[in-house]
Design a protein around this ligand. Structure first.
Ligand code: TPP
Ligand code: MG
Length: 401
């Protein structure tokens, strides 16, 4: 397999005037070159990688020191549990217990690595794809799946777990994250906001408005793009002509980096540095992780209509869980006993989730009308009354039967 998607920067066309300007006859005496305004903003030309796809380590680098072993073992544990959670959630859609589920299988390094890089007191702004990230953050899995079950609320209390509801309108969370981070800094707290976003959503206006606001007002936000190469059926090549999505930062004066999103060690190292940058008061940071969505967009999508199996198989060889396991075993900090214990823990987690999700939830249809407005409109009051009457009639019918 070649390196993840990195397009070449197109060559600049040389004009006759430019040739004349550069000719030796007319060249002025050499003056000191002006400082490059993009210095320190551009990402490395190749995504940062600390482990090869086969789990062997690459030479250590000063700019991205390897996280401590304990953090890597925790990363492994949460990735294994996260993957099992993801498989279980997909199964729950087939049993009619979930309305929809967007899987993040294959993106475990990003989902778990990113949330491990922030503190409990920081804020996370997830999209619909981040269920695994939220359970890795320690949020109750049933609460995480409440929205996808079809409920009108997000299941958890956002202020308590410092995690916004999973956002379906693309990129809107980028603006929310900028505002929250600005507000926190304004009040003298060192909170960082971590905003997840997909490759496709970086074409949305809210991404640009959010990152621009954060840059101008030095709001401590880490924008984390999971480039999984598709926006539903739209491949990256039809999405953008940018050399890499990380290059979108420079136009806003935001330092950026790109990372191999299937290398868990590199993801944690890069995110740790990005979070430290934001926390130190330097403003936002943009990270693009090159990864791949192994499953269809959601359970309602048929991915075979727009991508072929060979492509998916090629990414199977870069599996992030196997990569980390191989590395930790070779370092002698993970053995059969721990691997078995973690697998058992993941099974128990899935079994409990199954049991709890199979309990019929009690829902009150009238609660749909709560919290829409502080003062309900006359239309809303009328509609509420209509629903109440229909429910009462249905109950009477049941009583008669
Ligand atoms: C504003 C808006 N436009 C369109 C959609 C429909 N939509 C839902 S997911 C999606 C693709 C997003 O792709 P990407 O940002 O790459 O994230 P991924 O699903 O791959 O994680 C689209 C177009 C939406 N939810 N919101
Ligand atoms: Mg995508």
């Amino acid at each position: 397999m070649g390196p993840p998607h990195v397009q070449e920067v197109p060559a600049v066309t040389t004009t006759p005037q430019a040739v004349r300007r550069a000719s030796p006859r007319t060249r002025r005496p050499a003056t000191q070159a002006a400082p490059d305004p993009s210095a320190g903003l551009l990402p490395h030309a190749e995504p940062v990688r600390l482990l090869n796809p086969d789990g062997t380590p690459l030479p250590a680098r000063k700019d991205y020191p390897e996280p401590p072993v304990e953090a890597l073992r925790e990363l492994y544990r949460r990735m294994v549990v996260g993957r099992r959670f993801d498989v279980q959630a997909t199964a729950l859609t087939k049993q009619g217990r979930l309305a929809v589920y967007p899987s993040s299988r294959g993106q475990e390094a990003c989902q778990v690595g990113a949330v491990l890089a922030v503190r409990d007191t920081d804020w996370v702004f997830p999209t619909y794809r981040e269920s695994m990230a939220l359970v890795a953050r320690g949020i109750d899995p049933v609460e995480v799946l409440t929205l996808l079950r079809g409920d009108w609320h997000c299941g958890y209390d956002p202020t308590q777990v410092r995690t916004a509801p999973q956002c379906t309108p693309l990129a809107t969370q980028c603006v929310h994250a900028a505002g929250l981070a600005y507000g926190e800094a304004y009040q003298g707290r060192d909170t960082v906001a971590l905003a997840f976003i997909g490759d496709g959503a970086t074409s949305e206006g809210d991404f640009h408005e959010g990152i621009n606001f954060a840059a101008v007002f030095k709001a401590p936000v880490v924008y984390f793009v999971q480039n999984n190469r598709y926006a539903i059926s739209v491949p990256l090549s039809r999405q953008t002509a940018a050399p890499s999505l990380a290059y979108k930062g420079v136009g806003y004066g935001v330092p950026s980096e790109q990372v191999d999103g299937n290398d868990p060690v590199a993801v944690l190292a890069v995110l740790t540095r990005a979070v430290a940058h934001a926390r130190a008061g330097n403003g936002p940071f943009l990270v693009e992780a090159h990864t791949y969505r192994m499953e269809p967009h959601t359970n309602a999508d048929d991915a075979s209509r727009y991508r072929d199996g060979a492509e998916v198989d090629a990414w199977r060889d870069r599996d992030p869980v196997t990569r980390l396991e191989t590395y930790l075993r070779a370092r002698g900090v993970l053995d059969d006993a721990v691997v078995a214990e973690v697998a058992e823990q993941a099974e128990a987690y899935a079994a409990e989730l199954r049991t709890r999700m199979n309990e019929q939830p009690t829902v009150d249809p009238l609660s749909l009308f709560d919290h829409v407005y502080a003062e309900p409109t006359p239309q809303l009051i009328e509609q509420r009354e209509q629903v109440r009457a229909e429910l009462a009639a249905a109950r009477d019918e049941e009583g008669d039967a």
